[in-house]
Design a protein around this ligand. Structure first.
Ligand code: ZN
Length: 268
């Protein structure tokens, strides 16, 4: 009885256990997810925004092929690079307030951010932490600790992105295996997940889009979407959660801007 009451109290205080969240119990997501004022994702009102010109971001080692693992986290497909001791993946310069290490790439289906209320089929997140923090967990507690690059994707009947093919080919191996990373059959280039030609982006301060929804995250949402074919989209998103239910969509609804500024950045 004691235990049961304690469980109820904890549940009331904290909402759901952070590990137990899903996209069907959004109203029970913990803490700042409910009370924060700088949450993500947001709708980006593209038209009429004034461009700001800045120096270019440098993507260090992004053009190289890297060995990597993929895993089914129970919420998404996550890619981690395993050769960062030799070839650290770092973004720096331009608008960035420091040097940031690539922690992981993962995906959402449909897109989390929207442009003028248009939702795209898919969104890729490249999550980075401040180099001197040493880890994502520590960076989340620091000012300017985390930068997420976000790239939307739309369905194209012919054209796709090489990185999506490589990952799609391996997802079946982790579809029902939670939190057990496996080596990707081939190497991949982080550059593949970024727009090739036009890297203008929208910049704002938001949060992680999954519990605990920690705020203070710098979001760079690229204006140019990447193409993805239906076949890659289908394979890449065919994973199951801890209850063996297929994850049919994995985006959080649009959050209120609450007076935040979104900047439109073009690099020169
Ligand atoms: Zn994400």
């Amino acid at each position: 009885m004691m235990k049961f009451s304690l469980f109820i109290v904890l549940k009331i205080l904290n909402g759901v256990n952070p590990a137990d969240w899903d996209y069907h119990n959004l109203g029970e997501w913990p803490r700042v997810c409910q009370t924060g004022h700088s949450q993500s994702p947001i709708d980006i009102k593209k038209w009429g925004m004034k461009k700001e010109f800045t120096q270019m971001i440098h993507y260090h080692n992004f053009e190289r092929s890297h060995s990597a693992t993929i895993s089914n986290t129970g919420h998404t497909v996550e890619v981690r690079f395993t050769d960062q001791n030799r070839y650290p993946l770092i973004i720096k310069n331009g608008i960035l307030p420091g040097e940031y290490v690539l922690d992981n790439i993962h995906f959402h289906w449909g897109s989390e951010h929207t442009f003028n209320n248009k939702r795209y089929a898919f969104e890729t997140h490249l999550v980075h932490y401040l180099r001197q923090a040493g880890s994502l967990a520590r960076a989340l507690q620091m000012e300017n600790g985390v930068v997420v690059l976000a790239v939307l994707s739309e369905i194209h009947h012919r054209d796709t992105t090489q990185g999506f093919i490589e990952i799609a080919n391996s997802v079946a191996n982790v579809a029902r295996r939670l939190e057990q990373p496996i080596s990707l059959g081939s190497t991949i280039c982080p550059d593949d997940f970024l727009p090739k030609y036009n890297r203008d982006f929208f910049l704002y301060r938001g949060s992680l889009t999954t519990p605990n929804c920690t705020e203070g995250v710098h979001w760079l949402v690229y204006e140019q979407p990447l193409n993805i074919r239906n076949s890659e989209l289908d394979s890449l998103t065919k994973i199951y959660d801890k209850n063996s239910n297929e994850i049919t969509q994995s985006y959080r609804p649009i959050q209120n801007l609450n007076g935040r500024t979104v900047r439109y950045i073009c690099e020169i």
